[in-house]
Design a protein around this ligand. Structure first.
Ligand code: F6R
Length: 602
């Protein structure tokens, strides 16, 4: 999703912007651009495609002396990914970058068109810069013109605007899309997330919805509906080394290998010998709660689906799960004895955030499970449990999914513990399995090598079915999503028992079935389902601890005494399979086509 970087100060600005945008690449983009004003000089550059193209275009340019600068990576929404549609957008003497969607842009554009304004792009963003210049030309000073512009906008935005009319100033506004201000030594940075300013700024302020203002020289003036306000900066603590590839071919590969370690962090201090401790929640949190509703999107939705089995089975609490974009428009019936949980890796997913706001308006208690502290979803929730996965750079989520699922498993035990619906024996059995999980996530060379060799047989065909039962059904959905995201091959996840109700019609030797066959859960049932497919000549790749004669290919996992341990082991297998197939197909594993890491539009 779009990324924003801004800078005001004396340093060379091109490199600050390009390096910052590079850090935001993981959000996904299809064009990029920068604009710089130094003294009277206004320069801007745009390029379609990867940032190297923009680097190439700017190679003979370097800024000089004090100035203001803004940069943007665009993920196309209104209008194709072309240079004209790339940000920054120019009026006559001002530039704007924007993340989000201006919902009333057509109405504003019509108004400006009737004033004789000429539009160059198809974007909603361009209306902002023309509206600003309209008010400025009417005689308002630049800040008043900016303020009036913001007041006219409906929708989600993070905006930076620079203008020759105030060449020592950056104007900013935030509503619904993320943006922060970083404070360095006599200079100020803006960014959509922490990463671009790590190592540059020492302190940070995370803008809240409805805040806007300007930075003149190094002084930040912040406003909301009540007028100018004071704000408190927080120290910027983050470790950039974590975000490097460490010798792996792709971030996704590194993140698969990291799962064992980060899982240790996720459970640290939370999973004790006989008890689950969640400092984020107090004893009364579940007092009036009789049901759980979880809303999420994509991979996060799959972790939610898996957890619904656990909440009902272990904690004996009703739990239903909804895709956030569906929930938003269904006029859901919400009762105040329901805890509303949102799950999000980024904490910025627009649909999930809106679902959360709806639930809050209905008076529900809210809890988010998230990987990014201070993200919009975390800040909007009553309580938050962080997954502690560390920065995830691969667009296809791996360690975030693993840690989300772990937090949800812990939470199910915690609810059982608080509501006294779980016996101490069952609690102990679950805790033992949890403590064993980091070990089960270690990627053995032999396993990776085997998957690498097998992957060459799965580069064609007319599709994949990932099948599983119980918690292995959401894992099948997730395995299929991972494969399709990075290989661009068609893949579906199905409950194994459902195949005979239609999908089995597709079975032939070119249909690849990835069968999740845990030994601890419904083994005989899923075996029969796989036999039915094998009898119709489908090509079967079985993932199981138990050798299976009818499989064309077999990936052996460890025997274990607990389904969740099998779950995590099989998760790694499906991730590696997707990775190896994608690499063989020559795809960009970390930045698959058309996808964005942080989906901040509806
Ligand atoms: C897939 C993937 C997406 C996200 C989805 C929700 O690998 O990462 O399906 O899970 O876009 O994003 P978050 O979790 O950030 O709310």
């Amino acid at each position: 999703m779009c990324g924003i970087v801004g800078y005001i100060g004396p340093k060379e600005k091109k490199e600050i912007l390009l390096d910052g945008l590079q850090e935001l690449e993981y959000r996904g983009y299809d064009s990029a651009g920068i604009a710089v004003i130094e003294g009277e000089k206004l320069n801007s550059f745009k390029a379609v495609g990867k940032l190297e193209n923009l680097r190439e275009k700017t190679k003979n340019y370097a800024s000089d002396g004090f100035g203001v600068a803004i940069g943007h990576t665009r993920w196309a929404t209104h209008g194709k990914p072309t240079e004209l549609n790339a940000h920054p957008h120019l009026g006559s003497y001002s530039y704007v970058v924007h993340n989000g969607i201006i919902e009333n842009y057509q109405e504003l554009k019509n108004e400006l068109l009737s004033d004789g304004v000429n539009f160059l792009s198809q974007t909603d963003t361009e209306t902002i810069v023309h509206l600003f210049e309209k008010y400025h030309k009417e005689g308002f000073d630049p800040f008043e013109a900016f303020k009036r512009t913001i007041e006219r906008l409906e929708g989600a935005y993070a905006i930076l605007l620079i203008t020759e009319a105030a060449p020592d100033t950056i104007f900013f506004a935030k509503n619904g899309s993320p943006m922060l201000i970083g404070f360095g030594e006599g200079d100020v940075y803006f960014a959509s997330s922490d990463t671009p300013i790590i190592g540059k700024a020492n302190e940070v302020y995370y803008l809240e919805d409805g805040e806007y203002g300007y930075v003149q020289n190094a002084a930040v003036h912040l406003f909301d509906t009540q007028g100018e306000k004071h704000f408190t900066k927080a120290p910027l603590v983050a470790d950039k080394a974590m975000a490097q590839k460490d010798g792996y071919r792709f971030f996704m590969e590194k993140e698969i290998y990291e799962q064992s370690r980060v899982m240790g962090e996720t459970i640290m201090g939370r999973v004790l010998e006989n008890e689950i401790v969640l400092d984020e929640l107090d004893a009364s949190f579940f007092e009036d709660i009789n049901a759980i509703k979880i809303c999420a999107c994509g991979t996060s939705y799959h972790s939610a689906l898996a957890s619904a089995y656990l909440f009902e089975r272990l904690a004996k609490i009703r739990c239903d799960v909804e895709i956030a974009s569906e929930f938003r428009y269904k006029y859901p019936l919400l009762t105040k004895d329901t805890l509303f949980i949102t799950i999000s890796q980024s904490g910025e997913t627009a649909d999930t955030l809106e679902a959360l706001k709806m639930a809050k308006r209905a008076g529900l208690k809210s809890l988010s499970i998230c990987n990014v502290d201070n993200s919009s979803i975390v800040r909007e929730s009553d309580r938050a449990i962080l997954t502690r996965a560390g920065i995830e750079k691969g667009v296809a989520s791996t360690k975030a999914f693993a840690t989300q699922t772990m937090v949800l498993w812990m939470l199910s035990l915690y609810v059982g513990q608080e509501k006294k619906t779980i016996s101490s024996d069952v609690l102990k059995r679950e805790i033992d399995a949890m403590l064993h999980t980091p070990k089960a996530l270690i990627v053995e060379d032999t396993l990776h090598e085997r998957i690498h060799r097998l992957s060459k047989r799965y580069l064609h065909g007319h599709g994949f079915f990932f099948i599983g039962r119980d918690i292995f059904y959401p894992l099948a959905l997730e395995g299929a999503l991972k494969l399709k995201e990075i290989s661009y091959l068609h893949a579906e996840g199905y409950p194994a028992g459902e195949m005979k109700h239609g999908p089995i019609a597709l079975a032939d030797s070119e249909l690849f079935t990835i069968a999740l066959m845990p030994k601890t859960m419904h083994y005989d049932k899923i075996k029969s389902n796989v036999e039915e497919l094998s009898a119709r000549d489908a090509t079967i790749c079985a993932i199981s601890p138990e050798p299976f004669d009818l499989a064309d290919d077999f990936i052996q996992t460890q025997y274990s005494s607990h389904p969740m341990v099998e779950f995590f082991e099989m998760m790694v297998v499906t991730q590696l399979l997707a990775l190896e197939i994608s690499i063989r197909l020559g795809n960009d594993v970390d930045m698959p086509r058309n996808l964005a890491k942080s989906v901040t539009v509806e």
